[in-house]
Design a protein around this ligand. Structure first.
Ligand code: C5P
Length: 285
């Protein structure tokens, strides 16, 4: 038996635009995504000689074939005709669930990378990401990591220059949002403001963190905020301590802020931690 170890990094959506509904029911997106230093640890025993098993340190997460990490292992083994002769996947969870931070997708991507390495890297990272699209829309990006423009349903990932070094504060409120319901809702509302993804790309090319911050925008943010005004409270605290930008990530409910320094980030965490125990500081990775 061999044990594999892999890190699963959370993501933030620096921009998120929903371009329209597709015939398959999914939506075409355009999003600049960024992986951050909040991570789950994934361990895989290969060759246990037992039926497949998944363990997770957090409650409320499926531990059967519904878990994206399990699905990823299945998709990989089927695509490459591998029989691992028993797998045990263990996930040490740190990425908050129902946050829009891609926790399940990050775990799935880590499983793909780990198994591919174990079998001698038969797939390139691009081919591995393509396989990830069968598991979930955010899996291709989570396979590649870094800073990237993500398009289509999530399967088209183009690397961008690294985000300049910065400090994020991320605050996960107590409620969660149903992603499918939010996508349904956005079909029924007029989107008043969209991100300027070209300007975001130029800002990244120039390595200009101020310009990056000016272009942070997520079309889901106003929709979720109108139902959950506490997001405005979180953003106002970040803003009053000098945040360069504050915005919800993905379909929520976590809000992130780009802070001008570690010190100001720590102050915001202190201000919010009593009402919001799920508060984190992170860096881009
Ligand atoms: O692919 P994933 O399982 O992450 O997507 C969750 C749900 O989000 C889908 O069932 C769909 O309702 C919605 N979605 C979408 N368009 C995307 C990504 C997700 O409509 N590009």
């Amino acid at each position: 038996m061999t044990t594999l170890y892999e890190s699963a990094f959370a993501k933030l959506n620096l921009t998120l635009d929903v371009l329209g509904r597709r015939e398959d029911g999914y939506h075409d997106l355009r999003s600049v995504m960024q992986t951050i230093s909040i991570r789950d640890d994934v361990e895989i025993d290969v060759g246990t000689g037992e039926p497949w098993k998944l363990l997770c340190s957090a409650e409320g997460i499926p531990t059967d074939e519904c878990n994206l990490a399990w699905k990823a292992a299945k998709v990989y083994c089927e695509a490459l005709h591998k029989d691992p002769e028993g797998l045990e996947i263990r996930i040490l969870k740190r990425i908050p669930s129902g946050a829009g931070m891609g926790g399940g997708s990050a775990d799935a991507a880590a499983v793909l990378r780990a198994l591919n390495r174990h079998y001698g890297s038969p797939l390139s990272i691009g081919a591995l990401a393509e396989l990830g699209a069968e598991v979930g829309s955010d899996v291709p990006f989570c396979t590649i990591c870094g800073t990237a423009m993500v398009e289509g349903r999530g399967e088209r990932v183009r690397k961008l220059p690294d985000l300049p070094d910065c400090v994020f504060v991320i605050c996960k409120p107590d409620f969660s949002v149903s992603t499918p319901e939010l996508y349904q809702k956005i079909d029924t509302v007029a989107i008043a403001q969209r991100p300027d993804n070209r300007a975001m790309e130029s800002a990244l090319l120039a390595g200009d963190l101020g310009a990056v911050a000016e272009n942070v925008w997520n079309v889901f943010d106003p929709i979720v905020t109108s139902d959950h005004l506490e997001l405005n409270y979180i953003k106002s605290i970040c803003n009053s301590y000098g945040a360069l930008a504050q915005q919800m990530t993905g379909s929520g409910s976590a809000v992130f802020a780009i802070m001008p320094s570690f010190e100001y980030g720590a102050v915001v965490c202190n201000m919010l931690k009593d009402n919001y125990p799920q508060i984190f500081m992170a860096k881009p990775v």
